[in-house]
Structure formats: C-alpha cells, structure tokens
Design a protein around this ligand. Structure first.
Ligand code: AMP
Ligand code: ZN
Length: 395
C-alpha cells in the first residue's frame, strides 16, 4: 500500500487555486506520487512512493508549506470572465474514452507521457487540422516550419527559465571525447530509473525540446525591424512539457502537438485578429457540436513567479482558454487558447515596428491530441454517433 502523509497547510488553499497548487506539488519532492487538497483547503494528503525517515518527512513538509505560502499568500480570486458558454450541447458519450482507446490498440503508451496513435486518432486530428488551416487562411497566415529543438540562449532572453523551469525538457549529447563515447557504447543500459550513464558524460545544455510553437517565430524576427510592419503566420509542431505525476492519460502529455496561428504587429492588429479568430472558431465549434466554454485563464507559472504573473495575465485579459467538457469526470480540459503577450517578446527580442516601438504579439494555439481526446470523450469512438460535420470530413 502507498504511504500517505497528511499535512495541515499554514494557509488555507482557496478553492480557485487548489488544482494549480496540486499540480505544483508533483514537483516538490521525488518521493511524491500524488497530492490531494481537501475541498476546504485545510488539509493536504500526499501519497509517497516509499516510506520516509522522519527527517526527510520534515524536509518534505517544509517544501509543501513553501509552495502553499508562495502560491496562496494574499491571493485574491480573479474574476473569471466567460466569453462563451456552450456547455449544454447534446452529447452521445459519457465514459472515459481512454479505456476503449487503450483496449482497441488505438492509443499505446510508449513511456510515461509518450503515446502513439493509430488511424482513428490520426484521421480525427487531420480533420481538426483542416479546420485550423481554414482559420489560418482567413488571415492569409503564411505557413512556417519550425524545429523540435529550441535555443537555450534565446529561451533565456524571454525569461522562460524563471517562468516555467519545472516543465522544461533538455536536449543533450555525449561530450566529444573518445573515452566518454566508447565507455557509453560499452556500458549504457536502461536501469529502473533511467540510463546508467554518469551525468558528466553529457555536454552542457545548448538546446531544449520546444515547449511551444510561436517562440520560434519571435526568435526568427529578433533584433530587427518587422518586415511589412505586421505578420500572420501558422505552424504546427511538437511541443514538450514535463508534467511529472500529472502525465497519466491523454489529458497531459510530455510530447504533444500544437497548431498555432500567430500575429505580430501593433497592439490593435494583434487584439483585433485574436478576437476575429475567436469569433471564427465559435462558428466552427458550433458546427462540430463541441460542448465547451471560453474563459479567462493564466499560464502554469512556477511557484516563485506564480502570484505576480498570473495576476498580471488576469488583470490585462491576456489569456483565454477553450475548455471542453469531459463528461466522464464532469470537468473541463483546455483544448486551445487565445493569447496576447503585449510587447513582451517585442521588447525582450528587439522586434521593432516602423515607428520604432516594440512589436506586439499574440497567438491562437490548439492542442491536437487534446481536442481529439475531448471530442471522443463527448461523442465516443464510433463515427456513427458523431455530429454530421465531423462524420463527413472524416469520410
Ligand atoms: P498553452 O500555450 O499552455 O495555452 O497551450 C496551448 C494548448 O496546448 C492547450 O490549450 C492544450 O490544448 C495544449 N497543451 C498544453 N499542454 C499540454 C500537455 N501537457 N499535453 C497535451 N496538450 C497540451
Ligand atoms: Zn503561442
């Protein structure tokens, strides 16, 4: 049986923060398997991989208290702004689709958080991609292709390491040293917890696996005037966010795919197009019959930056999420987001407009696996039960 540890937080965790604090507790200590906050926010139950010595238990408790303190101290519940509410659409499925997806071999888990997809998921994702490409066409967005690796130097310039250190995935290689490479070739073996290779065999980090798509565009535009003074672009790419214990179903993947439509230009240009995109998607999602809400949100900043950055995003209406209903758990899942970064990237990367000011940026981002998963959670795996628009596009 799993070891449990009950902790009374020094501060009550308010309901609106419980999910976000729980998600962060996964990163507190390697011995934590899961963490649950009681609905009243006055008790935290931590499940452990193994029993801890009293001294280690105290260290763990202190870290849990620190997370609660940093995230919840003085937190004021932000007013959730709901731009659309289509939660009451008729649906035809209420089970967890993961069971059927796994038993039919349509989805296979290669490793924690790494899944492969069969023909049904692949074709369904193609159908959604068709809708997103139509959205991109409305802005005459130009196609781009971006690499899976992303520059550590450039990510540092946009303070990514301060904002999201917990979810980074690093790329490395063996050092250019004959002895190191030969030793690796002779001895490398996967043991229970990973490769048995000494960490000094690996080079210093120059690149990471990309956590988002639009950063590549901003990096490409850095340190110069924006050609044409405004730009709409679209790209799809592999994205990586290490989500620790939260990586158990298709809801959270370590490696997922994102389609983005990206706007760079004046504040008005970016904001008008973000809103135009929302109105367009409102019609598309009505056609599909998806049950969802669009509401204000914040990014999952790490503890130290959480309160300040999340409050800032809320105050300036920088992020809205498309949250699809998951009937089997009476909860919602973000399948896409409408983002406005103000001139954050323009300033930090020195992307300038004709008048010399920093460019503003924004993006509309869809998680392809997630939208397919949410759709299957609402309509099941049998195309006969799907809304007509999707059935026809699926063929
Ligand atoms: P974000 O930039 O965080 O707004 O992400 C854009 C979209 O990517 C989200 O709305 C999700 O659909 C998807 N996404 C983000 N993180 C993950 C993840 N760990 N696994 C699967 N999809 C994700
Ligand atoms: Zn983006």
């Amino acid at each position: 049986m799993a070891e449990k540890l009950g902790i009374t937080p020094a501060l009550i965790v308010p309901p609106h923060l419980q999910g976000q604090v729980e998600a962060k507790l996964a990163y507190v200590d390697e011995s934590i398997a899961a963490a649950n906050i009681a609905p009243d926010g006055d008790r935290i139950e931590v499940s452990l991989h193994k029993k801890l010595a009293k001294s280690d238990q105290l260290i763990l408790e202190e870290k849990v208290q620190r997370v609660v303190q940093e995230m919840a101290k003085g937190a004021i519940q932000p007013k959730v702004e709901i731009l659309e509410d289509h939660m009451d659409r008729p649906l035809s499925y209420s089970a967890d689709p993961m069971d059927e997806l796994l038993s039919s071999g349509e989805v296979r888990e290669e490793h924690t958080g790494i899944f492969t997809f069969g023909p049904l998921m692949s074709r369904l994702i193609e159908v959604f991609e068709g809708y997103f490409l139509e959205l991109a066409d409305e802005f005459n967005a130009q196609p781009y292709r971006f690499p899976t690796l992303i520059s550590a130097e450039k990510l540092g310039r946009v303070q990514y390491f301060q904002s999201f250190p917990h979810s980074l995935t690093f790329a490395t290689h063996l050092r250019e040293d004959l002895d190191v490479i030969a030793d690796f070739a002779d001895h490398a073996e996967y043991e229970e917890a990973g490769l048995n290779t000494a960490s000094d065999s690996f080079s210093r980090i120059q690149a990471l696996l990309s956590p988002a798509v639009c950063y590549h565009l901003y990096f490409a535009l850095a340190d110069k005037a924006l050609p044409g003074n405004q730009l709409a672009a679209t790209a799809v790419g592999n994205c990586f966010r290490y989500e620790s214990n939260n990586l158990t179903t298709l809801e959270r993947l370590w490696n997922f795919t994102m389609r983005e439509v990206i706007f760079v230009g004046s504040a008005d240009y970016v904001l008008e197009n973000r809103e135009k995109a929302r109105v367009h998607m409102n019609e598309v999602l009505a056609d599909i019959g998806l049950a969802y809400r669009v509401e204000s949100a914040n990014d999952p900043f790490f503890v130290g930056e959480f309160r300040r950055q999340a409050a800032f995003q809320n105050a300036f209406q920088l992020k809205y999420e498309i949250r699809a209903l998951l009937p089997f758990k009476e909860d919602t899942l973000a399948v896409g987001s409408y983002n406005y970064h103000q001139d954050f990237f323009g300033r930090n990367l020195d992307i300038t407009l004709e008048d010399g000011s920093a460019a503003h940026t924004g993006c509309v981002a869809f998680g392809l696996e997630r939208i397919a998963f949410a759709f299957l959670a609402q309509f099941g795996l049998d195309p006969k039960n799907w809304p007509q628009a999707i059935r026809e596009a699926y063929g």
